[in-house]
Design a protein around this ligand. Sequence first.
Ligand code: GUN
Ligand code: FE
Length: 430
Amino acid sequence: MIQESFVLRGGIAFSDNKNNITTYYRGYLVCVDGICKGAFPALPEEYKGLKLYDYGERLIIPGMTDLHVHAPQYTFRGIGMDEELLEWLSTYTFPEEAKYSDMEYAHRAYNYFTEDLRRCFSTRAVVFGTLHNEATLELMNQLDQTGLITYVGKVNMDRNGGENLEEADAAASLQATREWLERCEGRYVNTKPILTPRFIPSCSDELMKGLGELSKEKGLRIQSHLSENLSEIAWVKELVPASSCYANAYELFDTMGTPECPTIMAHCVHSDEKEMEILKNHGAYIAHCADSNMNLTSGIAPIRKFLDAGINIGLATDVAAGSSMNMVKTMLITLQASKMYYRLVDQNVKPLTFEEVFYLATEGGGSYFGKVGTFKPGYDFDAVVVDDSKMCSMRDMSIRERIERMCYNDADAVIKDKFVKGRKVYTRTE
Ligand code: GUN
Ligand code: FE
């Protein structure tokens, strides 16, 4: 199926708003020229001429957005998880990322990443590469061909990366970034560049300032990490003594973005009211990485507080600190983490509901890309068809119950087909 106007039939579920999931058993989902025209319990007359694909008992949900994932870390996921952030970076991550100076290695490793991203629940992703231009362009080439829609960043780091993962100085890092951007121009359909200062400890003041200026000059978005780990936060205070908090350090270098050009900040585990205000004022997105935050003993981010404050939030896998690219598993860990925050940290902070977490995985992160992540009219037609027939049950279940069950028991949910802007980008063959 390559045409971009058609109707899908099946068990449809999508967020109306963050507190409600609309469902239709054997409903109709209409795509015209890659845009969703809506979901309906009965097919409107005007769409009866379109080709209909009947998925029977299968579920049809919006594609998910992985708002923060490190492509070069994919092949060592699940290793070294007894360390905390800074030791994990220097022992495992930086030596691995240094290998991407070798293009043969980069080609092979990025192929694993790209193929698996194509097969999972994500239709959109915001991705870290490494500091290497050649390898990052290779990653972008591969991702562009999948039909998934992505932002990809060549990473900037001019300090504290060890001898094999550091650019010579700020000028060299900025020059390499400009060259990378020139080589991206006109080259991709589905993949866009995003400025990527790794985090404050990796980037000198001069580099951060230069990236803030470059973002303004070219209207480019920025992604980075914020308040993930207590040792990291203390280090940032030492590195930028003039800052009132970690988020303010980014503000001082003009890298927190604007609502029109929003910055993504991964983690925000330890962000307090002051950081929340900064994030909100800039229209920044928090990439919530619940799996990673557990694995590296970083903590539990108070997502309920962020959500109630009206801050933009999406979910993210943060591979390899997160150990899988499965966004449905990420939803589950997000739910479990918020329940433990409520029980063990603060009983005034209510756990997230399934409705809220489904929203965050779809429209929450999707909104970073525009009208993305739900089946309301006018949204990009990003959809995932799921076969949950392996999950035996002794009773009839509603569509709402079946997607909750899929989240709590993701191993038995099989992705059949995946669409991005109405184009089929993946179909399961076996
Ligand atoms: N902070 C800076 N770099 C990284 C990284 O690669 N992963 C995580 N989880 N945090 C970081
Ligand atoms: Fe990360």
